[in-house]
Design a binder for this molecule. Structure first.
Ligand SMILES: *Cc1c(COP(=O)(O)O)cnc(C)c1O
Length: 419
């Protein structure tokens, strides 16, 4: 039941002497070990993880991932620029975008990255904006519901991404005529899946499609990209995904579908975001107000502008009151930020130990789609990001925004706001 942060009360008290709350703290050891576990599960394959930059776009963290042998998956111009700044190019970068602006395709071609085409109409668009490469990945949308056994896991039929099966065949045929030599297949069918059979079910769909395209069109399918979607245990009772099992079941599908086919072998890629950084980032915030009206509220110095998942999706994020880890959760609170929005709540009706002003709260599993989804509503500023290194030291990997950053976009035509 208990879910504890990757730091102690003494450690966080020390860190709070040097850095003002709120801030994000990431765990180097956890990130590195998670990547190794993933690579180990797929050691039987020609496998590469492309970290989904959008989940946590901090170059210091991404540099660690590159050291561990990962590439990156970008979805926009600035993410491509970050990858370039990190010294990446070519096959180290996947570009899985949708509704792609022309400039982004031009940049992607300049860096010679692997482009994952979201739509059949993008063939012409890419040809005009950057030109066609030798290798292209196709994003597949099988439509309907995505089921594992009798359970509906996602609704690809309602999703804006990817191409229909007919379109994929048509696209590959057109592209072969235009000189594209190698193809990859990609699909993202469900998000935050802690169901152990997700990746193998998805892999089987893509492996079968690869064999069918190869048989009918003679196209060289050189890889499948299983994309992201592997979930993490947000709730204390959630079971983490068993990666060894995932590796084994994907291998079984590979041995049954790819090995006996004419393709014989293909490589496997993933674009995990949440799995890589999610559990290894914590939003650290301080209780600054208590308010008892019709309910009991604790107001903290972070708000939905720092972590919008609870407000946007109603997501559960576990909260530890530092120093009270062993106290019974005796009191029911709403933990709120200070936005003028009633959905700015990190927890609703949560049983926690009695909280006093000044207590430090650890909001767990904020390392992916956390800081990255931050915004400036109510004039709130983005927080700092810190890295807890393997040797126990702490490094500032992104400073907190200041009012000058907030006003920076007004500084044009000499009409500078004097701060
Ligand atoms: C968001 C996204 C990912 C990463 O998803 P996670 O749920 O964080 O693993 C990977 N690929 C694509 C195309 C995405 O849009």
């Amino acid at each position: 039941m208990s879910k504890l942060p990757f730091f102690t009360k003494a450690q966080i008290d020390n860190i709070c002497k040097d850095y003002k709350t709120p801030f994000y703290l990431y765990d180097e050891k956890g990130i590195r070990e998670g990547i190794r576990r993933l690579q180990n599960a797929f050691s039987w394959a020609d496998f590469k993880e492309y970290f989904a930059v959008k989940a946590c776009p901090n170059p210091y963290l991404i540099r660690m991932m590159i050291e561990e042998g990962c590439g990156v998956d970008c979805s926009s111009m600035t993410e491509l620029m970050m990858a370039e700044a990190l010294g990446l190019k070519g096959e180290q970068i996947m570009f899985s975008s949708n509704v792609t602006p022309a400039d982004d395709f031009v940049k992607a071609r300049e860096l010679d990255v692997i482009i994952n085409l979201d739509d059949i109409t993008h063939i012409d668009f890419l040809e005009k904006n950057g030109g066609l490469p030798e290798t292209l990945c196709m994003r597949f949308n099988p439509g309907g519901d995505f089921c594992i056994g009798n359970t509906i896991m996602g609704n690809p039929g309602d999703a804006k991404y990817g191409m229909t099966k007919t379109q994929i065949f048509e696209a590959v045929e057109i592209l072969m005529k235009k000189g594209v030599k190698h193809f990859g297949l990609h699909a993202f069918l469900a998000s935050n899946m802690i169901e152990n059979d997700y990746y193998a079910s998805l892999a089987a769909i893509l492996f079968k499609l690869a064999v069918e395209i190869n048989e009918k069109l003679g196209a060289d399918i050189s890889f499948v990209n299983l994309s992201g979607g592997v979930g993490i245990p947000y709730k204390p009772d959630d079971k983490p995904v068993d990666l060894e099992y995932v590796g084994k079941t994907v291998k079984k599908a590979y041995n049954e579908i790819i090995v006996p086919s004419k393709l014989k072998k293909i490589s496997i890629k993933s674009e995990l975001g949440r799995y890589i950084t999610g559990p290894h980032g914590i939003l650290v915030t301080k209780a600054i107000h208590k308010k008892d009206i019709y309910k009991n509220y604790v107001g903290v110095d972070a708000c939905a502008a720092n972590l919008m998942r609870p407000a946007m999706y109603g997501s559960y994020h576990h909260i530890t009151v530092m120093g009270k880890e062993n106290e019974a959760p005796m009191k029911m609170y709403d933990i709120t930020g200070g936005l003028c929005e009633n959905n700015d709540k990190f927890a609703i009706d949560r049983m926690l130990p009695e909280i006093e002003n000044g207590d430090i709260l650890a909001i767990h599993d904020a390392g992916a789609h956390g800081f990255a989804m931050g915004y400036n509503y109510n004039g709130k500023l983005r927080s700092a990001e810190l890295l807890l290194r393997e040797d126990g030291s702490v490094k500032l990997i992104r400073r907190a925004e200041t009012p000058a950053d907030y006003f920076a976009t007004f500084n044009f035509d000499g009409a500078e706001i004097k701060l």
